[in-house]
Write a protein that binds this ligand. Structure first.
Ligand SMILES: C[S@@+](CC[C@H](N)C(=O)[O-])C[C@H]1O[C@@H](n2cnc3c(N)ncnc32)[C@H](O)[C@@H]1O
Length: 317
């Protein structure tokens, strides 16, 4: 998967105004912060150059994660989604992905960092389909969210909220949705703990889980394990330069949960780990209707074997 040419060009155009060596330095500092800095609710970035570094380093991956999570979600519901809120929109990655999958211009982006908001808005101005999307300042911890939409999305934001505020923020997101709430987090043990917290709130509020779970209940995975999906993104030219990377792609691991205010059937089988492929045999760790199982598919089962061979961690069977 790849971000659109319009977005790639919009990002590249900004490079004319900065020194590449300086940008590289900010990009590497930002990676360190995202990997190691404790989440206290304080801002992780607030200068124009940091926002640009974020958009180059992270937007393709977060775009891919939101696109994949929303695609899986839409495959499981008959929803008519006419309006969307993108909370903690950053530089707009989620909205770029959403607009590939949904035919609505009624998307509102909310963000608390002015530099992210301005950069996100300027990227969307380059796309006729997105140039009228509204962007507003909002701090989801401090402010009331007094708008509602059919779909409420927040990607890679929950982990930036101080742990003691997360419950309130999740409740606000739930309250502001008419139908679906989609929350995406990094595919790490910490990110997955946040997803489990959302699952807990969903169950408490008598809501329904659409994806990725295969039953309506508390996740049966042991605490030391975590559930994630993977999306492979083509690297942009400038991403390769900033990361000093040779590989033409990167694999983004993400955890997510989609919940619904309407009843839905999420039964099925989902692959939890990278399939182990041996000669004539594939071993899969799966979540099947809420049970964690090892599944072995052999060549004898020709059709299933062929189908499963193409699958990866996070896919459905
Ligand atoms: C890692 S970025 C993710 C941006 C975007 N959603 C994406 O997926 O690329 C997290 C964003 O959440 C925003 N954020 C963090 N805390 C926030 C809060 N309390 N209210 C609103 N936005 C917040 C940050 O400013 C940042 O832009």
């Amino acid at each position: 998967m790849k971000i659109s040419d319009i977005l790639e060009n919009a990002i590249e155009e900004k490079l004319n105004h900065v020194k590449l060596t300086e940008l590289k330095q900010y990009a590497s500092q930002l990676s360190e912060k995202y990997m190691y800095q404790e989440r206290t609710g304080d801002t992780l970035l607030n200068t124009e150059i940091e926002a640009l570094a974020y958009s180059i380093m992270r937007m393709p991956a977060t775009y891919g994660a939101v696109y994949t999570a929303l695609k899986h979600t839409l495959e499981r519901i008959d929803g008519n989604i006419q309006s969307v809120l993108d909370i903690g929109a950053g530089t707009g990655a989620a909205t770029w992905a959403i607009s590939e999958l949904l035919d609505t211009k009624n998307i509102q982006c909310f963000e608390r960092e002015q530099v992210m908001l301005e950069l996100g808005k300027s990227f969307m101005n380059q796309n006729p389909k997105l140039k009228d999307i509204s962007w507003d300042y909002m701090d989801i911890v401090e402010d009331d969210l007094d708008v509602k939409a059919d779909l409420v999305v927040t990607s890679y934001m929950l982990n930036e909220i101080k742990p003691e505020n997360r419950k309130d923020v999740i409740n606000k997101l739930i309250k502001s949705s008419n139908h679906i709430i989609l929350i995406i987090e990094p595919g790490t043990p910490e990110g997955f703990q946040n997803i489990k917290e959302v699952q807990k709130r969903a169950i408490e509020n008598n809501l329904y889980i659409i994806a990725p779970c295969t039953f309506q209940g508390v996740c049966p995975l042991p605490n030391e394990d975590w559930c994630h999906s993977i999306v492979r993104m083509e690297r942009t030219k400038v991403h390769k330069v900033l990361k000093s990377a040779d590989l033409p792609y990167e694999d983004e691991k993400f955890s997510y949960i989609a919940i619904s205010k309407e009843k839905c059937d999420n039964s099925g089988t989902r692959i939890l780990r990278h399939p182990m492929i041996e000669k004539g045999k594939i071993t899969l760790k799966v979540c099947h209707n809420g049970e964690i199982e090892d599944m072995i598919v052999t060549k004898k089962d020709k059709e299933l074997f062929k189908m499963v061979k193409k699958k990866k961690c996070g896919d459905w069977i």
